[in-house]
Design a protein around this ligand. Structure first.
Ligand code: ATP
Ligand code: MG
Length: 259
């Protein structure tokens, strides 16, 4: 039991979720460490969805709604932390869901597939070996993609991705939407649209935004998307972090003297 008034309540609940899913075979050992790196950056933005991230979420919703063949790429951490929202988003924007693992085992793929299906997913790609093809740009296990999914996708959402693969997907000409708390990672830098936010907060917001924008004329979505500039958004995120740290530097001596 975590007391609700604990200053890190949400973070602790998320950790418990990850541990539970690690024990169930959904999350890889390295996934626990990767989450910690993300949390460090969450401190810097104040553990809330900041304005530049909201703009990236809006552009991402437009890109997904305008796509011909959108795919949501899912790894263990994404399934554990946002499985329900991945399934909801797929329904709203009519996207396929594909399991794609860095630490790939047949068993973990199957466990993630079952989890997503228990949350309402009708079809989960990336597990059936008959449809597996390899993309030439990558050496790791992750070069495997589903010939019905990522291979032919025009827009790929990667909540939590590795830099190499993001770069490979871009080289294949795909629009890549990443959710990554670290604005300095290769993933954040290489993606077409980078949502610098915790996947736990960003996914529900993305579902909400896509549901809202779905009612709008497609021309309006195109205009929102074409005015979006990812490098501007990334520098605004860095500026936000820098300003916040500067403010904390100014406040800290006062807070200390009150003790
Ligand atoms: P890259 O490969 O893109 O250069 P990296 O090697 O530093 O990045 P990885 O280990 O590939 O990082 O992936 C971990 C990253 O995933 C973390 O740095 C963090 O930014 C991001 N991340 C982890 N958990 C979350 C989360 N809950 N929400 C958003 N981002 C997260
Ligand atoms: Mg990496």
């Amino acid at each position: 039991m975590i007391p609700k008034n604990h200053p890190r309540y949400h973070s602790l609940v998320t950790r418990e979720e990850l541990i539970k899913h690690f024990e169930a075979g959904v999350v890889a050992r390295a996934g626990l460490i990767a989450h910690g790196r993300g949390e460090a950056f969450d401190y810097l933005i104040g553990e809330e969805t900041i304005e530049p991230a909201l703009r990236a979420i809006r552009a991402a919703a437009c890109a997904l709604l305008l796509a011909d063949r959108p795919v949501i790429s899912v790894n263990g951490n994404a399934a554990a932390l946002a499985g329900e929202w991945i399934v909801k988003l797929a329904a709203v924007v009519n996207a396929k869901i594909e399991v794609n693992l860095f630490y790939r085992t047949k068993e973990r793929e199957k466990t993630i597939e079952s989890l997503l299906k228990s949350l309402g997913a009708r079809e989960v790609l990336g597990v059936d070996e008959r449809f597996q093809v390899t993309i030439p740009e990558l050496m790791s296990e992750r070069r495997r993609v589903d010939s019905r999914g990522i291979l032919i996708a025009d827009v790929v959402l990667v909540p939590l991705e590795d830099g190499d693969r993001t770069e490979a997907l871009r080289r294949m000409g795909k629009t890549v939407i990443a959710i990554d708390l670290n604005p300095l990672s290769r993933t954040a830098r290489a993606a077409s649209i980078t949502i610098v936010d915790n996947v736990v907060r960003a996914m529900p917001k993305l579902v909400e935004e896509a549901s809202r924008l779905k009612q709008m004329p497609r021309d309006e979505l195109r205009s929102i998307l074409s005015s979006y500039d990812n490098s501007v958004v990334l520098s605004e995120v860095l500026e936000y972090m820098a300003n916040r740290l500067r403010k904390l530097v100014e406040e800290t001596p006062k807070a200390w003297s009150k003790r």
